[in-house]
Design a binder for this molecule. Structure first.
Ligand code: NAP
Length: 476
């Protein structure tokens, strides 16, 4: 085990010049004090990673990822406790994310074993009737992974595991608010036999440690999940490194007039509020066909009122605190702004410290900040619509484009919705927050570029190298 520094450079847990206290998000107690690297240590981590790329044969990559999954599973009680403390999410949220992480590691192990290039039909070109052409998939090099606070296990796994499966070396900068889960994942990889130099861990602030990392000319690929503002900044300073950006959203879901409300409403009561709404695909804007708006709103209000909130460790709690009091104050201000623009607060919205009572608003007037911005808080605003055109127009009226959901029995309407929206994904008969890990997942517009999902991320984290063989004899 490490000596508690949390700072891993070239296979050694080292001290750094700065300190990073990590707090329990409900009690406020400091639960760890990590070391923050100085600029020389960031450079040393990148140099060590650059020396280590391509060390591990494909079979070994898969073995290490599978062993790491087993170790994480064996350590689940400790991992869950630490996760709950550093995030403020509930133990049930922790278990869901841990199980997803195990699956991501397994899927990436499988991708490592099937990673290959392709044959190229060069015979189409004049003079190449007897040439042979194929591509190799080679590691892209040093991958910088920069991750947000709200999925400190699964998002980190969605970055480190494909990078390693593709043969790269990783330098990880986890969120300074929730670095402990990332450390647990890195420990599992090292204990599973990952050679030193293939993973580096740099806790610390984004503006310093993260900025230095993403500007570094030896970083070849940046995989980032976080806010649109930071994603933009990374694009502006990252030079020729390839960037994969998973950014913010204010995700919509539509209840069409034939929606199965018995199915939809419990899913919405979860998808708008789990992890205190701090999920990029969390339902923030709910559009409901006017013919069912009264019934859907009344029933959803009753469901939201049953959501227990407060201490994440208390039995039955579904919604814990937001990541800090500042985030909760911002959420409160968004609710007040919406009410000021004419929304009706149907339930919730009160703040106590960092905890916000699950909120439901009726009406999402143009001009309200909630109609355009990402709340990242336990709230849904419901708007009634009279037609698919109107729903699409309102949904499209933001700069975001991550995922959208529609509950609908009519195939023409469901597919019309899927074809007309500019989002990375459309989920039919589930909410915008439905995200099975094998699927290609990513946003368009201000929600990002590129897709995650092991089958897509692993090849994307390689370079394609073309091999052309001129052959003196006809091939067939
Ligand atoms: P954030 O503030 O953008 O931070 C994300 C990461 O970037 C953190 O590690 C942060 O460091 C780092 N960072 C900050 N400034 C940087 C810079 N100048 N250069 C390099 N790195 C920098 O996001 P967050 O508040 O942690 O997470 C919430 C956001 O993530 C929401 O907008 C949410 O929608 C988005 N998100 C998107 C997805 C998706 O799949 N599309 C999934 C999850 C979350 P610190 O340690 O200093 O914070």
């Amino acid at each position: 085990m490490d000596d508690g520094t949390g700072l891993l450079v070239a296979g050694t847990w080292v001290n750094g010049p700065g300190r990073l206290p990590v707090a329990d998000k409900y009690t406020g107690d400091v639960i760890a004090e990590l070391h923050v690297p100085g600029p020389g240590q960031v450079d040393a981590a990148i140099a060590s990673a650059a020396r280590s790329v391509g060390q591990l044969p494909h079979q070994e990559r898969a073995l290490v990822l599978r062993r790491a999954a087993r170790l994480l599973d064996e350590r689940r009680d400790t991992v869950v406790d630490q996760y709950v403390a550093e995030t403020g999410f509930t133990p049930a949220d922790a278990v869901t994310e841990l199980d997803r992480t195990l699956l991501i590691l397994e899927l990436c192990a499988q991708e490592a074993l099937r990673l290959t290039g392709e044959m190229v039909p060069v015979q189409a070109a004049a003079g190449h009737h007897d040439s042979l052409c194929f591509t190799l998939r080679v590691p892209v090099g040093v991958v910088a992974a920069v991750t947000p606070f709200n999925a400190p296990l699964s998002t980190v796994a969605h970055k480190i595991a494909p990078a390693l499966a593709a043969g790269n070396a990783v330098v990880l900068k986890p969120s300074e608010q929730t670095p402990l889960s990332a450390i647990a994942l890195v420990h599992a990889l090292l204990d599973a036999g990952l050679p030193e130099g293939l993973v580096h861990l740099l806790p610390g602030p984004g503006e310093t440690v993260g900025d230095q990392l993403v500007r570094h000319p030896d970083v070849r690929y940046i995989t980032f999940t976080g806010s649109t503002a930071v994603g933009r900044r990374i694009r502006a300073v990252s030079g020729l490194a390839r960037t994969h950006l998973e950014l913010g959203s204010n995700s919509p879901t539509l209840l069409w007039r034939d929606a199965d409300l018995d199915l939809a409403l419990p899913l919405l009561a979860r998808a708008g509020y789990r992890k205190a709404g701090q999920v990029c695909t969390s339902v923030q804007r709910l559009f409901v066909h006017e013919t069912i708006a009264d019934e859907a709103t009344t029933r959803l209000t009753a469901l939201v009122q049953t959501i227990a909130y407060g201490d994440p460790r208390a039995a039955g709690t579904q919604v814990g605190p937001l990541i800090d009091t500042g985030a909760a104050r911002r959420a409160q201000a968004l609710v007040e702004d919406a009410v000021g623009h004419g929304s009706r607060l149907l339930t919730g919205g009160a703040r106590e410290g960092a905890v916000i009572a699950p909120a439901l608003l009726a009406g999402l007037p143009d001009g309200a900040r909630l109609a355009a911005e990402e709340a990242f808080a336990p709230l849904i605003a419901v708007a009634s619509v009279g037609s698919l055109d109107e729903a699409v127009r309102q949904i499209e009226a933001t700069r975001y484009g991550l995922q959208a959901g529609v509950f609908c029995q009519d195939l023409d309407v469901a597919l019309g919705f899927a074809r007309r929206l500019h989002t990375g994904g459309v989920i039919i008969n589930d909410t915008s927050s439905c995200h099975p890990d094998p699927m290609p997942y990513g946003g368009v517009k201000d929600s990002g570029q590129g897709v995650e999902g092991p089958g897509y991320a692993v090849p994307d984290m390689t370079d394609s190298r073309t091999v052309l063989i001129r052959h003196r004899h006809p091939l067939d």
